[in-house]
Write a protein that binds this ligand. Structure first.
Ligand SMILES: [Zn+2]
Length: 202
């Protein structure tokens, strides 16, 4: 999985900027444009500056999709716009996952019926390396469910690109991790290695 940032969720006092950005970029009815633009910049920079690192680690993606939701079932989903800004190699295709019967089954369980691959997109999935984009990783159930769906449809490989890992500041293990990572987001830090990246500067 490619994880771009950590989110300081449930922080005491004012909502932390990282949590605000991921929430407000898809706020309805009026998303905050600045937050959406910031996330687009993060996704575009990470996938462009580190394109070689990502391809070396995971292989080139041949198709890109995103995690839909029942609130935003189609390409109007704010995360679809993030997926649109993933820097891709020439020839990679895009497609949309559909919602399955199990989309809103409560509980953070991995289920192959939360999503479906529409028949018209099967040829973009079978035997391919799919990159799945989501804005937030909380339990990971959505992204992992989509990965199962794609594998069952015949995908050769699935790589997730997640903008923010939602951490809970009220949980001691998350608090310890968040308190040890206070530096601002830096696009030159490699999403593959987690280190400052010489490839990115070339
Ligand atoms: Zn890199």
């Amino acid at each position: 999985m490619l994880l771009l940032t950590y989110v300081r969720g449930h922080a005491p006092g004012k909502r932390h900027q990282s949590a605000h950005t991921l929430w407000a970029y898809k706020m309805q009815p009026t998303p905050v444009r600045k937050c959406a633009d910031d996330l687009v910049a993060v996704v575009a920079a990470a996938t462009r500056l580190h394109a070689r690192c990502i391809a070396a680690a995971y292989g080139p993606s041949t198709a890109i999709t995103f995690i839909p939701s029942s609130r935003f079932p189609d390409r109007r989903h704010p995360v679809a716009n993030l997926a649109r800004h993933v820097h891709i190699v020439a020839g990679a295709e895009r497609f949309a996952l559909g919602l399955g019967r199990g989309i809103d089954v409560p509980g953070r369980t991995v289920r192959s019926d939360r999503f479906v691959v529409p028949d018209q997109f099967m040829d973009r999935v079978q035997g391919r390396h799919i990159m799945v984009v989501d804005d937030t990783w909380t339990s990971g159930a959505k992204v992992q469910s989509a990965a199962v769906t794609l594998h069952e449809a015949g995908a050769a490989r699935v790589t997730a690109l997640v903008v923010g890992r939602w951490c809970d500041y009220t949980r001691s293990e998350h608090k310890t991790m968040l308190d040890s990572h206070t530096e601002a987001y830096d696009a030159l830090v490699c999403p593959v290695s987690g280190e400052a990246c010489t490839e990115a500067a070339v």
